[in-house]
Ligand binder design. Structure first.
Ligand code: FE
Ligand code: FE
Ligand code: ZN
Length: 276
């Protein structure tokens, strides 16, 4: 069975987002832990969380994915930016314990002229400060397109972080199809080889979620512009191979395509129709 959902707004609370996911044929969803541009997070009501947990178990939901704000840069050259990011990460991971057993994804960050090595060092040190031994969340590094000074567009950079994370069984990767394609991994013509490469460098068991996005641009462009499924340079045939691939088919898939809610419902239906 395909585990599929999309990015949804949490503004009406947890139960509401679960109901909205059901309405569009999804059995999972992604949400921002707080305003994507940063700022404070909404108060969590235990009854609302319980209602979502009930809805999820009644309807066979897979793991859900919380996404950190884009402004959370753990490897900025600016110390204030790094401190703000670390506080956000700490707070988010504590809040995730309301929904134990789920996934938390973040963009590793942009090293802003400091160099990749320094960036990796700062990301590792923040993770080792924010993660805690009895946490019930798996933290995911997102594969990046390599725009500007982004860390994480090469599998080696991700494994460089993972290898040094202390609570090593609680860290994994979320593969974004648009990002890896834009980073230069040819998942259209060489999916098997690119997944073998992922396995060799990171380990395929680290892969816990997939962001399903088509790309507006060409292979290796380092742009990060998402397109609707089947309308970009990746194309529907490649998505059919991706969602049916034995190394991927059991993972939760999340759409982050430029769509309104009806567009997401359509893409979910489309993807379900091409499951082998
Ligand atoms: Fe992302
Ligand atoms: Fe993504
Ligand atoms: Zn993106």
């Amino acid at each position: 069975m395909l585990n599929i959902g999309c990015h949804l707004s949490i503004s009406n609370g947890f139960e509401a987002i679960g109901k909205q996911a059901l309405e569009i044929g999804a059995n999972t969803f992604q949400f921002f832990t707080r305003n994507p541009r940063g700022g404070s997070a909404r108060k969590i009501e235990q009854s609302d969380v319980n209602a979502l947990k009930h809805l999820m178990s009644e309807n066979g939901f897979s793991q859900i994915l919380a996404h950190a704000p884009y402004t959370m840069n753990l490897c900025s050259a600016k110390v204030e930016t790094r401190e703000f990011a670390l506080n956000t990460l700490k707070d988010d991971l504590l809040r995730m314990e309301y929904l134990p057993g789920n996934l938390y994804n973040f963009h590793p960050g942009s090293h802003t002229e400091q160099g990749v090595e320094k960036g990796i060092e700062q990301i590792v040190s923040a993770l080792n400060e924010a993660m805690f031994p009895d946490m019930n969340t798996t933290v995911l590094l997102e594969t990046m397109a390599g725009k500007g000074s982004e860390v994480g567009s090469k599998f080696e950079e991700l494994s460089g972080i993972i290898d040094k994370v202390e609570y090593n069984d609680k860290i994994g990767v979320c593969l974004d199809t648009c990002h890896v394609f834009d980073a230069g991994y040819d998942i259209v013509n060489h999916l098997d080889e690119e997944l073998d490469e992922f396995d060799k460098i990171i380990g395929i068991d680290r892969l816990k979620a997939v962001h399903l996005n088509d790309s507006m641009n060409y292979l290796g462009c380092h742009k990060d512009r998402h397109q609707k499924i089947g309308e970009g340079a990746i194309g529907l045939e490649a998505f059919k191979r991706i969602i049916n691939h034995p190394k991927l088919s059991n993972l939760p898939f999340f759409l982050e395509t430029p769509n309104d809610i009806d567009g997401y419902a359509y893409e979910i239906k489309l993807l379900k129709s091409i499951v082998d």
